[in-house]
Ligand binder design. Structure first.
Ligand SMILES: [Ca+2]
Length: 175
């Protein structure tokens, strides 16, 4: 019997592109909620955990009338933000784990957000340090990022285990 594979959405992947299909706001939110049944979707973009941790997902073009997200300053105070493109840009996911040094680990492989980030803003409370790994379970150290601080193009940053940071972060500890 012939099997017809579903065609990819137009424009979803560049010819020869090796990246997985781009995650969407609704897709990532759904995966977070599936992974964490105790979390609540507060609005279109935000999921809140029982301990107050807030994950803000902005991966689609802004709706008409919605505030435009445009760069590193979209990463609100209190959040650690990963952007899928270098130079920040309009799409990102932000993690706010609450008060300073309230650390929480995240496995991005379960959220369609692994091997995906190309720039970072750490706008957590000043003096905190977040950690990034290549693999799940906090293995394969890529490196650290202090707050406030940012990395505009991860292709230019050398990972502790060798290679660059680009399209590589799979788990992290946000502090
Ligand atoms: Ca990885």
């Amino acid at each position: 019997m012939a099997v017809t594979l579903a065609a990819a959405s137009p424009g979803m992947a560049a010819p020869g592109g090796a990246r997985a299909p781009e995650p969407t706001t609704d897709g990532v939110v759904a995966k977070i909620l599936a992974e964490h049944p105790d979390a609540v979707r507060a609005n279109r973009h935000d999921v809140v955990f029982p301990d107050g941790t807030r994950v803000s997902v902005h991966l689609d073009a802004p709706a008409v009338g919605e505030a435009r997200v445009s760069g590193q300053y979209d990463c609100l105070y209190g959040a650690l933000c990963l952007f899928p493109n270098k130079d920040f840009g309009g799409k990102y996911i932000g993690w706010d784990t609450g008060a300073a040094n309230t650390c929480r680990d995240f496995d991005l492989t379960r959220w369609s957000a692994s091997n995906w980030a190309s720039s970072i803003v750490n706008n957590r409370p000043s003096g905190t340090v977040s950690t990034f790994w290549d693999n799940t379970n906090s293995t394969g150290l890529i490196g650290y990022q202090h707050a406030y601080g940012f990395r505009q193009n991860l292709a230019f940053d050398t990972a502790s285990i060798g290679g660059t940071w680009d399209n590589r972060i799979s788990s992290m500890r946000v502090c």
